[in-house]
Ligand binder design. Structure first.
Ligand code: PHE
Length: 343
């Protein structure tokens, strides 16, 4: 093969390479130590001496030319390989982000916070107590002595004879009274979980959240209680709500009342929610029994106070139209997610 033939063949082979592997093979064939270009040199032996320098020069030029072409092709193929890799690994920054589901506040916590905010505006401070409570604060200081039939109103989980799971947030109230005595006035709100040996159904749960408010001072009257509750009802259920008192009985208040709010669904006209009465029973309340004040250390008979306690689940159920108390405790995310918009 002549130098020119080899040159054309090698050039074409290099130019036609479409991959680095192919180029490597072509390099080995023509440009490596044992390649065809080096092979030309062996022809030198057969040439007359005067032709040798020119031939050597020609082979060298060929080698240089092919090497330059090889390098350019190598650069080009390397660049192409890199581009392909970048293309394959390309990240589209405009794609929508992966959605991580984040939690939100539990509806009961939302309602509790809302109530706390209303009380705080009225100047109350928040006091929390103990879920495992002494019989003393849960019952005796609430004017419910041992063996009194009033204990049957609340079916109790006893732990020992003297300790129990508190059945009402009144236990926080009796502790707060003792803690503050003899200072006045007292304005506290006491939220917390309470426990009763109830069979669970749509409206009963053996664990629920109560919130109790207590105001004690000189000359506090039932009218103060009524004004406070009216404000609370309007804030929770709308400005046109009214309330009414019905006589009731609790050991720790005298007089005691059951409080109804005019139905926020039908505006008091009568519907299935208010059982066609126009009123919804919402909480228990009353004037703190003088015995309760005395036991806590307030001996002055002009010191009076009111207390009321409500069930947070019940308020949440009425406010959001929830028909089963068990939804709060089964933690079905489909239920819980619906409250995100209120958070
Ligand atoms: N402790 C009562 C209950 O659990 C509610 C209540 C609180 C009533 C304060 C009157 C005053 O049912």
């Amino acid at each position: 093969m002549t130098v020119v033939e080899l040159k054309n063949k090698a050039k074409e082979a290099i130019i036609n390479c479409i991959s680095l592997e192919e180029l490597k093979e072509v390099y080995n064939q023509y440009l490596s130590k044992k390649g065809e270009v080096s092979g030309l040199m062996s022809q030198m032996r057969n040439l007359p001496n005067e032709e040798k320098p020119a031939f050597g020069q020609m082979v060298n030029d060929l080698k240089n030319e092919l090497e330059t072409l090889y390098k350019n092709t190598l650069d080009h193929l390397n660049e192409e390989a890199l581009n392909q890799k970048l293309e394959a690994e390309k990240i589209d920054l405009t794609l929508p982000a992966t959605n991580f589901s984040v939690g939100q506040r539990h509806p009961l916590v939302m309602v509790q916070r809302e109530l706390e905010d209303i009380y705080r505006e009225m100047g109350d401070s928040i006091v929390e107590g103990l879920e495992i409570e002494l019989d003393l604060y849960n019952f005796e200081r609430a004017n419910i002595p041992k063996n009194h039939p009033a204990r049957d109103m609340q079916d109790t989980f006893f732990i020992t004879e003297e300790t129990l799971l508190r059945t009402h947030t009144t236990a926080i109230q009796t502790r707060a009274l003792e803690m503050f005595a003899p200072n006045l006035p007292i304005k506290v709100v006491c939220p917390g979980k309470v426990y009763r040996k109830d069979d669970d159904d749509a409206t009963h749960s053996n664990q629920f959240v109560q919130m109790e408010a207590l105001v004690v001072g000189h000359g506090i009257t039932l009218a103060d209680l009524k004004g406070t509750l009216e404000l609370l009802a309007k804030r929770m259920f709308g400005n046109t709500r009214t309330i009414r008192f019905r006589p009731s009985y609790f050991q720790f208040t005298e007089p005691s009342v059951e409080v109804d709010v005019s139905c926020h669904i039908c505006d008091g006209k009568g519907c299935s929610i208010c059982k066609n009465t126009g009123w919804i029973e919402i909480l228990g309340a009353g004037m703190v029994h003088p015995e309760v004040l005395k036991m806590a250390g307030y001996k002055d008979p002009t010191v009076t106070g009111f207390a009321f306690g409500l069930g947070v689940e019940r308020v949440a159920m009425l406010k959001y139209g929830i028909d089963d108390i068990r939804h709060f405790y089964t933690n079905d995310s489909r239920f819980l997610k619906q409250f995100k918009k209120f958070d």
